[in-house]
Design a protein around this ligand. Structure first.
Ligand code: KG4
Ligand code: ZN
Length: 338
């Protein structure tokens, strides 16, 4: 039994949570979306400054909501990689300082490990092995979770991450930032069969296609060409149909490769993680396909798909239970494989 307070500041959410084993006692997220919206994306320096301004308040709120004090906390976790270095530094430095001052173990956590652990918050009895489809603004990977802390990447994107593709297509359609939720909402009012779009495929030197790797930059370019062509007509741009056609192509590609990968590796449980795991069409298609193939599907509730500190705390609980404390001189890193 361990209670962890964790900080997550890898991008544009200042997040602090307290988790007891796999039970969330508090989950505070101070979003910077409105601050970065006028720029159409996250501005790293602005993100760091706002983390600094928000972090102490978020820590106090997390303790208040959980109704516990420092004596109940067994360790302090923080995301140390990957992410924006200045942003990561704020959370990691705050966590190390708290660990020193309060005399608690420090646990540096990989952001993607956090996204994998988000599924445990909704299904505490979940056990490896399983296949995790990790889809976020920076990553698109199929990860074989062999055991706690043992990961093998079986597939990944060769170009854009899927969340990045969502954000870029949203910009083309003037839907603002972040694009994923806006496209998801609009797509529900559109015709997904209106515009056939190409699914990205990775050719293999020996012929055929890579079964589990993804590509989204060609799809994004195809949407760009379609928008240019339609703009030459006088009718208003059918943005709902374009959004629905794009979303259908993405969700089908992710679902097909995930199911193939799970079946090929005899993994009968699939989990989802990352911001794009909140996507309604992806959740529906995966649900239908897993049922058809007699596989189990486990996805986090929406609040634990996008960046949050509860998933980091949940991973930190596992580290602490296994006796893996991190040194206080652990560095933050912008890139790091899981
Ligand atoms: O995991 P996350 O919060 O941050 C990263 O680690 O990158 O993921 C953010 C990404 C953004 O690209 C956002 O547009 C996308 O997740 N996203 C969605 C949805 N909600 C967030 N994409 C598709 N559909 C959604 N409902
Ligand atoms: Zn993330």
């Amino acid at each position: 039994m361990a209670t962890i307070l964790a900080l997550e500041t890898s991008c544009d959410e200042t997040a602090v949570a307290i988790v007891k084993n796999r039970k969330v006692l508090s989950n505070i997220v101070a979003s910077q979306i409105a601050i970065h919206q006028p720029y159409g994306g996250v501005v790293p320096e602005i993100a760091s400054r706002h983390h600094l301004e928000a972090i102490n308040h978020c820590i106090d709120r997390a303790l208040n909501v959980a109704k516990i004090d420092w004596s109940d906390i067994d360790g302090i976790g923080a995301t140390c990689a990957p992410g924006l270095v200045g942003a990561l530094l704020v959370g990691a430095t705050a966590a190390k300082t708290l660990a020193m001052v309060r005399n608690k173990p420090f646990l540096g956590i990989h952001h993607l490990e956090g996204h994998i652990y988000a599924s445990y918050l909704c299904k505490p009895q979940l056990q490896p092995p399983f296949l995790c489809l990790l889809v976020s603004g920076g990553h698109t990977s199929l990860i074989h979770v062999k055991a706690h802390g043992q990961y093998k990447t079986l597939g990944k994107t060769r170009d854009d991450a899927v969340g990045e593709a969502y954000d870029k297509v949203a910009r083309l359609l003037n839907l603002g930032y972040p694009g994923g939720p806006a496209i998801d909402k609009l797509a529900q009012t559109g015709n997904s069969q209106a515009f056939p779009l190409p699914e990205g495929k990775i050719s293999l030197p020996e012929g055929g296609y890579h079964p589990y790797d993804f590509s989204f930059s060609g799809l994004k370019t195809a949407v760009q060409r379609l928008v240019r062509k339609l703009e030459q007509k006088t009718a208003p741009l059918p943005i709902a149909d374009i959004a629905a056609s794009f979303q259908e192509t993405v969700a089908k590609s992710l679902t097909r490769k995930t199911i193939t990968c799970a079946l090929d590796h005899n993994l009968n449980t699939i989990t989802l993680g990352g911001g794009v795991a909140a996507n309604s069409r992806l959740r529906t298609l995966l649900q239908n396909s897993t049922e058809k193939n007699h596989l189990r599907l486990c996805f986090p509730s929406l609040e634990f798909c996008t960046d949050n500190a509860a998933m980091i705390a949940c991973a930190a609980v596992e580290h602490l239970n296994r006796g893996y404390n991190s040194p206080l001189n652990m560095e933050v890193q912008s890139r790091l494989n899981i």
